[in-house]
Design a protein around this ligand. Structure first.
Ligand code: UN1
Length: 509
C-alpha cells in the first residue's frame, strides 16, 4: 500500500495552494494572501500550502453562521440528520482518499487513518439516528389540568477547535451532534493538519448544496492563535468545543465563562494510567498496553502513559512489553505493515527527548528505546522507562509521544491512589481477573476518570459511549450516550390546559 498523492488531492479537491476559509455565503477565501505549509511529518516535506484565514474571514464566516442558524433551527431534527447522513455517505465514498490525507499530514499509519475515517462515518450514522431521538422527559405536574415536559432546543452557533492528532474524528463527534441539534458550525482545526479539514469541508459543501442546507458547516484555518481567540471571545458563538492541552483549555474556559450563558465543552489533556494486578493475564495486558501506548505514536489524549504494576508481576510484564515493542515496525505510515509513524513535528520530538532525559536524571531506567531516530521525519523510538515515580514532573505531565513509565505498587489501594494522583482524568484501565479488584477500581473509591476500561488498553473509545474526562481534562462529553444534550439547551415547559389560575377570584364577579 502506498499513497498516490496527486490522485488523492484531485479526488478531494485539494490543490498545491488552498484557501483557508469557507462559508456558504462568501465561498472560499484567499483574502490574506499569506500562506503557510502543510508538512508531511514522515519526510519533513511540504504537502501543500494554505492561505491563512484572517480576522475578516472569521467575521464573514460568523455572520453567515449566525444568519444560517435562523433558518436551520426550524428545520425538523430528522431532516437535519439527513444532512449529516449524507456527509457520512460521502466520507464512506472517499474513505481511502480521506484516510490517505489523514496519514500524510498526521503521520499516523494508514490502517489507523482508515479507522479514524471509519469513526467519522460511524458518528454520522449515530448522529443521524439520534436526530430522531432528542428526547425530553415528561413530568407529573402537581397542578390540576397542567402538563409538564422538557424539550431540547438549539444553542445557536457552535465553534469547534480541534487538535492535530484526530483531524477528522473530533470534528465529526462535535460537528454532527451540533448540526442535528439545530446549531450551525464554525470549525477551526489545527493549522498543523489543514488538509483533512479542507477535504471534509469540500464534502460538506457537496452535501449542503444537494440538500439545500447551505450555511450549516463552515471552516476557518488561521495560522495564528489570535483569530482562534476571536472565535472564543465572540458572544455570537454560544458554545466553544475545545480539544487540546489543559493550559489552553483553561484559557478558553475563562474567556467563555466571563460571559454568562455561553458554554465551553472541554476535552483536554489526559495522563492515562493502567493498573496491572497480580491476577492479570500478562500477555493480554502487555499487548493492550503496547497498543495503547505506542499506537498513533502515543499522540492520543487517551494514550497509555503510566503502567502501575503490582511488584510481583512487574518484571515479567516488562519483559513481555519489551518483546511486543521489539516487534513494532516504526516507519513511513503509508507503507503497509508499519504500525507506528512519526511524531507530528520537531517540537513534539524535542518534548519527548526532554521527558526521557528528565526521567533518567531522576533515576528512571530506559529498558526500551529512548531516542529520536536518525532518519528524516520526526520519528522517535517507542520507549519504556522503569523505576519511575508518580510524583516526578515528567510523569505528572502529558508528553504526547510513545513513552510509558512503569511504577510499581504493593496493594491495590496504593495503586488506585497512584493512578488518581495526577491532575488529569481522561481514560483509565485495570488488567485483572479478580472481581473484587475490578469492582473496587470501578467504584466510587476507584478510578476518577471519565473513561474506565477493564482488560483493555486506555485508547480506542467506542463512538457509542460518551467521550471525555474529569479534573483538568475539562469535564466535557461528546460522541455517544446522551452527549448530544451538551449541544442543546433544555427548556422546562408547563402548559395549563384548564380554566384555573391562582388568582382567578380577582375576576370572578
Ligand atoms: C483524542 O485523542 O483527542 O479513544 C480523542 C480514542 C480516540 C481519542 C480521540 N477516539 O483513543
Amino acid at each position: 500500500m502506498s499513497i498516490d498523492q496527486s490522485k488523492v488531492f484531485a479526488e478531494l479537491s485539494l490543490k498545491a495552494v488552498n484557501p483557508g476559509a469557507h462559508d456558504s455565503q462568501h465561498g472560499w477565501s484567499t483574502a490574506s494572501g499569506v500562506t503557510f505549509d502543510a508538512i508531511n511529518p514522515a519526510t519533513e516535506e511540504r504537502l501543500a500550502q494554505v492561505v491563512a484565514a484572517t480576522a475578516e474571514d472569521l467575521e464573514r464566516v460568523t455572520q453567515t453562521a449566525v444568519a444560517a442558524h435562523q433558518r436551520w433551527r426550524m428545520v425538523p431534527a430528522p431532516r437535519r440528520g439527513e444532512l449529516v447522513a449524507r456527509i457520512g455517505e460521502l466520507c464512506k465514498q472517499h474513505h481511502q482518499a480521506l484516510a490517505a490525507i489523514v496519514a500524510l499530514e498526521t503521520g499516523k499509519s494508514l490502517a489507523e487513518a482508515m479507522g479514524e475515517v471509519r469513526e467519522v462515518i460511524d458518528m454520522a450514522i449515530l448522529a443521524a439516528g439520534q436526530s430522531r431521538m432528542l428526547y425530553g422527559f415528561t413530568q407529573q405536574s402537581q397542578r390540576t389540568h397542567h402538563r409538564m415536559y422538557d424539550q431540547w432546543l438549539p444553542l445557536g452557533v457552535v465553534g469547534i477547535i480541534s487538535a492535530y492528532n484526530f483531524p477528522a474524528a473530533v470534528w465529526a463527534q462535535n460537528g454532527f451532534l451540533s448540526a442535528i441539534g439545530g446549531n450551525t458550525v464554525i470549525w477551526k482545526p489545527s493549522p498543523k493538519v489543514p488538509l483533512t479539514a479542507l477535504a471534509l469541508q469540500h464534502l460538506c459543501v457537496i452535501a449542503m448544496n444537494e440538500l439545500g442546507q447551505e450555511g450549516v458547516f463552515s471552516l476557518v484555518i488561521p495560522e495564528s492563535n489570535e483569530v482562534a481567540e476571536q472565535l472564543v471571545r465572540d458572544t455570537r458563538v454560544a458554545l466553544i468545543s475545545f480539544t487540546g492541552s489543559s493550559p489552553v483549555g483553561r484559557k478558553v474556559a475563562q474567556i467563555v465563562g466571563s460571559t454568562l450563558g455561553r458554554r465551553s465543552l472541554l476535552e483536554c489533556s489526559g495522563n492515562n494510567g493502567c493498573i496491572v494486578d497480580e491476577t492479570a493475564d500478562l500477555e493480554l495486558a502487555a499487548a493492550a498496553i503496547a497498543f495503547g501506548a505506542v499506537g498513533t505514536s502515543g499522540q492520543r489524549c487517551t494514550s497509555t502513559r503510566r503502567v502501575i504494576a503490582q511488584r510481583s508481576i512487574a518484571r515479567p510484564l516488562v519483559e513481555l512489553l519489551k518483546k511486543a515493542y521489539g516487534r513494532i515496525a516504526v516507519g513511513d505510515p503509508a507503507v503497509a505493515g508499519n504500525l507506528v509513524g512519526p511524531l507530528v513535528d520537531r517540537a513534539a520530538a524535542a518534548h519527548f527527548e526532554r521527558s526521557v532525559a528528565e526521567a533518567v536524571e531522576l533515576g528512571g531506567q530506559v529498558v526500551f528505546g529512548g531516542k529520536r531516530m536518525d532518519r528524516p521525519g520526526y520519528f522517535v523510538e517507542p520507549t519504556i522507562i522503569v523505576n519511575a515515580r508518580n510524583e516526578w514532573p515528567c510523569v505528572q505531565e502529558e508528553t504526547f509521544a510513545p513513552l510509558i513509565y512503569v511504577i510499581e505498587y504493593d496493594d491495590l489501594a496504593e495503586a488506585i491512589a497512584l493512578h488518581n494522583g495526577v491532575v488529569q482524568g481522561l481514560a483509565s484501565g485495570i488488567h485483572s481477573n479478580h472481581l473484587g479488584h475490578i469492582e473496587l477500581f470501578l467504584s466510587a473509591a476507584g478510578s476518577d476518570c471519565g473513561i474506565a476500561k477493564v482488560n483493555m488498553g486506555t485508547t480506542g473509545a467506542d463512538v457509542g459511549a460518551a467521550f471525555g474526562g474529569e479534573k483538568e481534562t475539562g469535564g466535557g462529553r461528546t460522541a455517544g450516550s446522551d452527549a448530544w444534550r451538551g449541544y442543546m439547551r433544555r427548556q422546562s415547559v408547563c402548559i395549563n390546559w384548564g380554566k384555573d389560575s391562582p388568582w382567578n377570584h380577582l375576576l370572578n364577579d
